[in-house]
Design a protein around this ligand. Structure first.
Ligand code: PLP
Length: 394
């Protein structure tokens, strides 16, 4: 006897921490015929989008863009700024700091780690100590993931900056803003960040495949000395191109979408965008804190000062599988949640609350989680969604 598989109905609810929902007006902007990337009509769109990204980064300095996901921009940041054998200090935060460090090792860099418990986050005093002890200034760069998407934890960049300045260390500050840009407060120039790594598919609400690095004048100076091999990502080569970015064909459609996504962010106003993320994140956390009753799933991040406002990682109770819960949410309710990455696979699931989202969308995702907890017989405190509604309506 054949069983009929229930086809999901209604809109696919997307609560992943990247890629994120693409707003309808961005989809409309992307949907257009090709155009020569030297065409003056396109150059106008390109320039507007390019300048827009700089405003979102809050920088007046340099910007280089790539046809690549965030990993490409990571590679650009390392190869353009460093030379073989040089040391970098990576602030451990989780899966993504590990990956960036692994990439650095693959390029022959020496990685020193400011290590931490992933649930609590690195103590910024460790940065001060590590740099203070480095009297020969062997450490050339400090690498920080602003928002660790795997654990739902944010790192205070102003404190990192202050720690570097306190010991007057000349190391460059490299920051991954892939899951914070357009969602959390981010100020490249004010925080004296030398290289920022960003991507298209999260707070910028675009398809995956465009990434970029903002670079300070100090970064450009270091680039002049950096000897790691590079070509596709080479800033010097890019600077000779008319568009000052991209070795190769420019993704024209993405730029129409990018111009629109910047318009949306600026229409709402960046401070309001950030406040919306904070509100939706807090609602999500309140739901999880209720589910944590009765030995249920709890917030993975145990450090309230570091809660991420763009993603919440939820730790499953022992013996219960986060991926099974996600399957139920997907199959029964057409809701997509993020899975655990690396060593957290199956142990956590992640609720993305960044990008184009409003209250009912987040409540929809939270309701699907709560129903999936019941269906999968996962012990939990009842009333998580109520707590989120209570908060959002207060
Ligand atoms: N850094 C962070 C914080 C991320 O969240 C991601 C991806 O989710 C990456 C880096 C890697 O970016 P990509 O997957 O676009 O290559």
């Amino acid at each position: 006897m054949s069983t009929t598989v229930q086809k999901p109905r209604g809109r696919h609810f997307f609560a992943n921490p990247g890629p994120t929902n693409i707003p309808d007006s961005v989809l409309r902007a992307l949907d257009r015929p090709s155009i020569d990337f030297h065409d003056p009509d396109f150059v106008e769109v390109y320039d507007a989008a390019f300048e827009g990204v700089k405003r979102v980064l809050q920088t007046r300095h340099h910007l280089f863009m790539y046809n690549a996901s965030g990993h490409g921009a990571w590679e650009a940041s390392l190869t353009n700024l460093l030379s073989p054998g040089e040391a970098i200090l990576v602030l451990e935060s989780g899966y993504f700091s590990e990956e960036w460090a692994n990439m650095a090792r693959a390029h022959g860099l020496e990685v020193r780690l400011a290590a931490c418990d992933w649930r609590h986050g690195v103590d910024i005093a460790q940065v001060r100590t590590a740099l203070g002890e480095d009297t020969s200034h062997a450490i050339k760069a400090v690498c920080v993931v602003h928002n660790e998407t795997a654990t739902g934890m944010m790192l205070p960049l102003d404190e990192v900056r202050a720690a570097i300045d306190a010991v007057k260390h000349p190391a460059l500050l490299l920051v991954d803003t892939i899951s914070s840009l357009g969602s959390l407060d981010f100020r490249m120039d004010e925080w004296k960040i030398d290289c920022v790594v960003g991507g298209s598919q999260k707070g910028l609400m675009l398809p995956t495949g465009l990434s970029f690095t903002g670079v300070s004048p100090k970064g450009i100076e270091a680039h002049g000395r950096a000897k790691l091999p590079r070509f596709y990502f080479d800033w010097t080569l890019m600077d000779k191109r008319p568009q000052k970015s991209f070795i190769g064909t420019i993704p024209v459609n993405t730029f129409y979408g990018l111009r629109e996504s910047i318009r949306l962010l600026e229409d709402e106003g960046l401070p309001n965008v950030i406040a919306r993320h904070t509100r939706l994140a807090e609602a999500t956390r309140r739901a999880v804190q209720v589910w944590a009753g009765n030995n249920g799933p709890r917030l993975y991040c145990t450090n309230p000062a570091r809660y991420s406002d763009s993603v919440t990682a939820v730790l499953m109770p022992e013996g219960h599988d986060g991926d099974a819960l996600r399957r139920t949410a997907r199959q029964r309710f057409n809701v997509s949640l993020g899975g655990g990455l690396g060593k957290l696979g199956g142990k956590v699931f992640r609720i993305g609350h960044l990008g184009d989202l409003n209250e009912p969308m987040v409540l929809g995702a939270l309701s699907a989680v709560e129903m999936a907890l019941r269906i999968n017989d996962v012990p939990h405190g009842k009333g998580g969604v109520d707590a989120a509604m209570e908060y959002l309506s207060s």
